[in-house]
Design a binder for this molecule. Sequence first.
Ligand code: ATP
Ligand code: MG
Length: 240
Amino acid sequence: MTAALAVHDLVAGYEPGLPIVRGAGFAVEAGEILAVLGPNGAGKSTLGKAVAGIVPVASGSVRLAGREIVGDPAHRMARLGLGFVPQTDNVFAELPVEDNLDLAAAVAGAPRARRIAEMFALFPDLGRQRRLDAGRLSGGQRQMLAVARALVAAPRVLILDEPSAGLSPKLAQLVFDKLAEIARAGVAIVLVEQNVRAALALAGRAIVLVEGRVRLSGAAAALAADPRLGDAFVGRGEAA
Ligand SMILES: Nc1ncnc2c1ncn2[C@@H]1O[C@H](COP(=O)(O)OP(=O)(O)OP(=O)(O)O)[C@@H](O)[C@H]1O
Ligand SMILES: [Mg+2]
């Protein structure tokens, strides 16, 4: 079976000759959630952004449903089915909820009215607050809107950078529950997270990134019980 997203030996960074992601790879299937974990500064966000076409890629491969997309501009990747939810600045705070979705749908070339109605069915709280400026939503609802903005394009792969950041555990769980529902609908999800335990509880598999490389990978349940997991976060131990 062709992976929904397959990343091989990716080298990427912000400046030429200064790689942050240093030969990382992973694959994720339709309906699967893959957690991307690792200590601060490991390159998790850079990996997500490089895959999504926002950070320059020096070498390596990114295949979306078998098609090579590395080097494509971000807007083209989006049209090919790759959704990306950045950690910050992921909604237009000064625009109403509905306009946020409408803009995202327009950019994606998606059937706007139908997709927005689907988003309000999936996120009823957003439907109830459709005329409210996004900046006035609660943190949890705002994160839901950021996810909905990516979903209007009907992506087959959704990459999220720390969707639980700044949320209470209860609100974070609501976001995670929604991600599980989205995955059950067949979307492949790549979840970059600081919240290791919650991410491992949600994901089927995980990778642990250290210094731009995959230090550990495997089934989430096995990693949760692996003593090397803690070592990776405090900088002890070498690649196994
Ligand atoms: N816009 C940028 N320009 C230059 N260097 C950057 C930029 N963003 C991040 N970096 C550098 O890239 C490295 C990895 O950062 P990155 O944000 O990918 O890590 P991370 O694993 O997401 O960390 P965190 O857990 O803190 O979110 C860091 O050394 C950081 O200073
Ligand atoms: Mg980050």
